[in-house]
Design a protein around this ligand. Structure first.
Ligand code: SF4
Length: 342
């Protein structure tokens, strides 16, 4: 007799900004992790449209253009609305109220010293990020986390400082208000450190929209095949008979993601001895990526054919998320003495 599944007592929160088409880097770096988390925890996955505005306020159309496509990508890879709550941040305005209330107690210096504040301004030089919204976005993230009283937040190394900020803000809130009124305290979330995505792009650098080296999750097979057939290899293999070194070749990195040990041994032997050509070598990777993405395309089509279904999933997710958010906000207002109701 099988035992009943343990209740999912711990809450996990994670969001994605809808600023572009999702690619295989997102799948291997984030979404595969979500697939695992949704089995183990009570997950809240959200479209971070307000966060997208912090950098794309001059052209917000991009957010609307990518929002539904991103939700379909999530569903297509297997994120399951029966297991996880899927919602859109701006459809749960309680995030904004908690952000405002927390902004009252957060010292400016805490935000100014978040490493990504300066780094991102440097990196995104073309955008004017000297805005109040951009400075405050780590605090908006804190509100996103604390409004669901999330216990765990999956983050990469570069986001750990944001979780630390959230913990500090929760501690300050609790110090200021919980003692007077007793009872409710904002729980401090922990980082669930996820290794940086190992998914290489077509040029061997990390797969990223800004490097122009991506394969979209639902890219057409002919386009995927063309990109892979023409991607660079070890420059030492000028001619078919020239031996090469897989470690100097971006295709080898893709074998690291997609190929079994026997295939990798075949590549090593065949490349060093020039017994195989680069197109032979690419074939198993092309096949693996086409097989992987065929599933995504097929599932996505079912949703694209019935957008009402997708809208319902998000409507229901927003309602569920809002219920939790309202409960927290009620406690927060009470702790601060600003509920004004008997
Ligand atoms: S044989 Fe494979 S690993 Fe070697 S250079 Fe060509 S594509 Fe790269």
């Amino acid at each position: 007799m099988s035992l009943p599944a343990a209740p999912k007592s711990k809450r996990v929160l994670s969001g994605m900004r809808p600023t572009g088409t999702l690619h295989l880097g997102h799948y291997h770096g984030v979404l595969k992790n979500w697939l695992r988390l949704q089995q183990e925890y009570r997950c809240f996955f959200f479209v971070a449209d307000w966060h997208a505005l912090t950098t794309h306020y001059e052209d917000p159309r991009i957010i609307g253009e990518n929002l539904w496509s991103m939700v379909i990508d999530w569903l297509a890879v297997g994120i399951d609305p029966a297991l996880a709550t899927l919602f859109v941040q701006s459809r749960v305005p309680e995030h904004a109220e908690l952000h405002l209330l927390l902004s009252m107690v957060t010292p400016l210096s805490w935000l100014e010293r978040v490493p990504s504040y300066k780094d991102q301004q440097e990196r995104l030089k073309g955008l004017d990020l000297a805005t109040y919204g951009f400075l405050g976005y780590p605090l908006l993230q804190s509100a996103d986390i604390l409004i669901y009283q999330a216990n765990l937040v999956p983050v990469g190394e570069d986001q750990v400082a944001h979780i630390e900020l959230t913990r500090e803000v929760a501690r300050r809130f609790n110090h200021l208000y919980t003692k007077q009124r007793g009872g409710f305290a904002l729980p401090e979330p922990a980082s669930l450190l996820t290794p940086a995505s190992k998914m290489p792009g077509l040029d061997g650098q990390k797969m990223s929209k800004s490097y122009g080296n991506t394969i979209a999750l639902r890219e057409a097979p002919a386009s995927i095949e063309k990109k892979l057939r023409t991607m660079p290899t070890d420059p030492a293999r000028m001619r078919r008979k020239d031996p090469g070194t897989p470690e100097k070749c971006p295709v080898w990195q893709l074998h690291g993601i997609y190929s079994a040990e026997d295939t990798k041994a075949w590549v090593q032997q065949g490349c060093h001895s020039a017994e195989i050509g680069c197109l032979d070598c690419k074939k198993p990777v092309i096949d693996a990526i086409l097989t992987e993405t065929a599933v995504f395309r097929e599932r996505a089509q079912e949703y694209l054919d019935d957008m009402g279904w997708v809208h319902n999933i998000i409507d229901e997710g927003c309602a569920k998320a809002q219920q939790v958010a309202q409960e927290t906000l009620g406690e927060v207002r009470h702790a601060m003495g600003i509920r004004y109701t008997p």
